[in-house]
Design a protein around this ligand. Sequence first.
Ligand code: TXA
Ligand code: MG
Length: 305
Amino acid sequence: MREVITRDVEHVSRVLLNGGIAGIPTETVYGLAADALNRDAVLRVFQVKGRPTHHPLIIHLHATEDMERWGVFNAHARSLCDAFCPGPITLLVPRTPLVPDWVTGGRNSVAIRFPSHQTAQDLLENVGTGLVAPSANKFGQVSPTTAQHVLQDLGEEVDIILDGGSCEIGVESTIVECINESVQVLRPGAVTSSQIAEHLQLPVQLTTGESRAPGMMLAHYAPKAKVVLVETAEEAENQIAVLRDAGHAVTMLFFPDTQQYAINLYDALRNADLLGVAYIVALLPEPSGLGIAIRDRLSKAAATY
Ligand code: TXA
Ligand code: MG
């Protein structure tokens, strides 16, 4: 069998510049990367993921890349960039004529992110252009946080997987729309709405919804097991007892430390499926800080439509 997983950044750069597709590490989750300007390569990313082509992709750039080539950054966007990039934040801004329709699904905006993961930065510096990288999982399923997860999900369908270890954050980047004067968070992540509001000295709304960012539909990040959400340890115990009494295999999901919860979230959902349990009883973290992003992902994992 050919070696799919590698640590050779230069080799992966060549694969990408030759029109290939590659699993790549970032600090949030692993992405499925392709040269943003190569139409066939980007279309292969949609096809391998099984994702509708009108769901736009994030362009990943190295910090030294001239971001004005790709997007139009207003004062808020620039200020957020200075404060939080590189890091787990994606800025949604008006696009420039360079950005192709096959990346944005024909929209006038483009999502841009500068990953802080060292291996991702080395790769982006090496390729010297923008890379699209949706999470490297099949559409609607659980995102990958290790190279092994990518191999399990996409296997021989990717040309190569760049191994950068386990992702240090574990949930996808915060998506912030900076198109008009208002600033809106469309997907919560490790950079929180309150950090953004405090930095900009502005009210910032959290508006998650399919209409704003396609692919943000309710059912997402979903394991095969049914996810049952509870707010207290007592409720968790009760639910587990009821489900076990009914003869179901059940596992519980909770980490007292929110960072550990985010880091382990997707691996735990995946492990539950490997064990073949029917139910995952997930005790939700407090709705503050990173807990907001975890609650968002778990409520989508629990949704059935
Ligand atoms: O942390 C992350 O952001 C990861 C890593 C790999 O960088 N990537 C990621 O990509 O989560 P993806 O494709 O799974 O999620 C990107 C989200 C989608 O829901 C998409 O609809 C939204 O960003 N998006 C991208 N471009 C957009 C645009 N022009 N307008 C509205 N939403 C957009
Ligand atoms: Mg995704």
